[in-house]
Design a protein around this ligand. Sequence first.
Ligand code: S3P
Length: 174
Amino acid sequence: MKTNQLQKNIFLIGFMGSGKTSVSLQLSDMTGLKKQEMDQILTQREKMTVAEIFERKGEPYFREQETVLLKQFGGGDPQIISCGGGVAMKEENVGIMRESGTVVCLTASADVIYERVKDSRERPILNGNMSVEYIQQLMEARRPFYEAAADVIVDTSHMRIDQVAEAVLSAVSQ
Ligand code: S3P
């Protein structure tokens, strides 16, 4: 796919471990568009890990910085933006994403998510709660927000990364 076929940003949202980072890399390779990783930008700005930001400055501060950052993605060339898993929980954020792009939600079953995230200590929301049951419960609580925010939903549970990226591109090009 050529870059000029995509006029708008692509925002990848979804639960932790749904594949946003890997798929955004693949999409960037396939389209030539620049990839932005929200967590990475915020940790570079703050010179702290996400877990440290939560601990030292608090979750509300992290959530405010996510909104500030989201506003900076509008206006330029289209980009692929991999959002943190909590971004779609805030209505203001959904409005900002909609203004400049297509919102694509990646999903996966709780079992698959657990396998993908279980060895990570970088997600304060899951630290101390690392179980399929907890993931299932939090996913269910968040599901209405993800579904309301999404223009497109892709279940990544049984797909390779390149297949997910193809599915995203075909959906956003319609
Ligand atoms: C969060 C998801 C994380 C990160 C932070 C909070 C969440 O991003 O932004 O730990 O609330 O779901 P990933 O979805 O990239 O892991």
